[in-house]
Design a protein around this ligand. Structure first.
Ligand code: 6LW
Length: 494
């Protein structure tokens, strides 16, 4: 059956997957955004719904310290005898493990895992549990290390041992994202190498025993570095899963690039069928593709819109760091935002901000807003946001004791635009298409007028390019006395 990649669109890197009976669960990285680690569920591998987030209590991890591109990295999800486990790296805190019997209902508090390195993973095998990360050994070469662990306490039950130096043995580069599996009579080790940009790849090794020695497959099992005409780039960081029918699949990160490997949408989650040859995993022609054929049992449907429901805080909303909850009022059919003295540009700020992943190049976002600022420097509206150092604001703003509709950009050269704003309700609309965002507005039910067209963020604007574009609402002011902005938002996809 044919299906299209990505299976989870928008900023969703470093995916990991597990199966519990006929249900599949998938998690991705969330960096400085809260809640942390989105959890998606599917019954067919191609239609996914976000059911929650693993970290949704803001005292679980020190989010106030999460700088852009830091925070939550590369979770792994595993299921064992009725219990789900997730392990990940929270930058500045280290590796931790949480567990849950129901991923939608909530997760335990984190316990620290006794191993350093990033991209941790778990293997449940014959009554023992193993932990691996990209921790280096004594020779200080990049390496994958493994130890036995108690997943409820994080305590290591054996010394950590280096089990692999990657495909090229003597000069591993960005050897990360390890996952060990026990399949048949082999232990397989999958890893990513080459760095998360153009040269990214997935490599593999196998051994008869969990601690090695591991023999390398000798070539990447997946990379798009040689497949430039696929519309896919940067394929790497993957995780295997066996479906309910005994077929194998891999999910991995990749981009639908604007240019080179970079996509302003960020790194997304792709799915490919896996076959076995000579007891090695084989992935099609060794590259990832948009249109794929695989042994699915349900067709893929596309979601075409998302409607905000302000009766509760939907799991798709992303906040920055440790939200100040008193600035968000989720009651009823509108959202009421209190402008914050913290601004979007503050590197460790906790601004009033809530946004959604931009899931496709083509989409529209409309926000109806009722906000008449009274203090100079107060503003509220929509933001197209890549990080505290790169974003657009499209807002109603008070300057020189007058209210304006204004478009500004942080990062890069940009001539701000403003026009006088009328009092009362204004509709702000963003129409995204390839290479452009059209910003338009309408005062109090008037027809929609164009304000301007701006380009998406490029690789130069995106730091390490770990995250992707979000579109959402924000409200900020110079003095905390500003009154609240009332907002409604609607998102449509093609
Ligand atoms: C992640 C690492 C990587 O931990 O980027 O793609 C880091 N590879 O595996 C952040 O996403």
């Amino acid at each position: 059956m044919l299906y299209e990649n990505p299976i989870i669109r928008g900023f969703n890197p470093d995916p990991s997957i597990c199966r519990a009976g006929k249900d599949y669960y998938l998690v991705t990285s969330s960096f400085e955004y809260f809640p942390g680690i989105p959890v998606y569920r599917s019954t067919d591998l191609v239609n996914w719904r976000q059911i929650g987030n693993c970290i949704n209590r803001d005292d679980q991890l020190p989010y106030e310290n999460a700088a852009a591109g830091q925070g939550m990295w590369a979770p792994t999800i595993r299921y064992h005898e009725g219990m789900f486990f997730v392990t990940a790296t929270f930058q500045g805190f280290g590796n931790f493990i949480i567990h849950s019997q129901d991923p939608a209902a909530g997760w335990s508090d984190p316990v620290k895992a006794g191993m350093s390195g990033i991209d941790p993973s778990l293997l449940f095998d014959e009554g023992r549990v193993y932990y691996c990360t990209n921790q280096r050994g004594e020779d200080d070469l990049e390496a994958i290390s493994l130890a036995e662990i108690n997943p409820f306490t994080g305590e290591l039950l054996s010394p950590a041992r280096v089990i692999w130096h990657g495909m090229s043995e003597d000069r591993p580069q960005y050897l990360e994202a390890p996952h060990v599996y026990h399949i048949g009579s082999w232990y397989y080790l999958l890893a990513a190498e080459g760095g998360t940009r153009f040269h990214h790849m997935i490599t593999a090794a196998r051994s008869r025993s969990v601690f090695g020695p591991y023999e390398s497959c000798g070539r990447p099992i997946l990379t798009n570095r040689y497949a430039e005409n696929t519309g896919v780039a940067g394929s790497g960081h993957g995780d295997l899963v066996e479906d309910q029918n005994g077929r194998w699949w891999i999910i991995h990160l990749a981009t639908r690039p604007d240019e080179g490997w970079y996509s302003h949408l960020g790194r997304e989650t792709f799915l490919l069928p896996v076959s076995w040859e000579n007891e090695w995993p084989v992935i099609g022609d060794g590259a990832s593709h948009i249109l794929c054929d695989g042994p699915l049992w349900e067709p893929q449907k596309q979601t075409d819109s998302w409607q905000a429901d302000y009766n509760y805080c939907q799991p798709q909303w992303l906040f920055l760091r440790k939200p100040r909850w008193e600035n968000y009022d989720f009651q009823g059919d509108i959202l009421q935002l209190t402008p914050s003295g913290d601004h979007l540009s503050d590197p460790l700020g906790r601004p009033t901000f809530l946004a959604l992943r931009q899931m496709d190049e083509n989409c529209t976002v409309e926000a109806e807003m009722d906000f008449d600022p009274v203090c100079d420097g107060s503003e509220a509206g929509l933001t197209i946001f890549i990080a505290d150092y790169g974003y657009y604001t499209f807002c109603k703003r008070r300057e020189n004791s007058k209210n304006w509709l204004s478009v500004q950009r942080r990062g890069g050269v940009f001539q701000p635009i403003r026009i006088p704003a009328e009092d009362g309700t204004v509709l702000l609309k963003i129409t995204a298409s390839k290479g452009a965002y059209l910003l338009s507005y309408a005062f109090k039910g008037d027809t929609c007028c164009k304000m301007t067209i701006v380009p998406p963020f490029s690789e130069n604007d995106a730091g390490k390019g770990f995250t992707g574009t979000l579109i959402g609402l924000y409200a900020q002011c110079k003095h905390d006395s500003e009154k609240a902005a009332k907002m409604k938002i609607k998102v449509s996809l093609p």
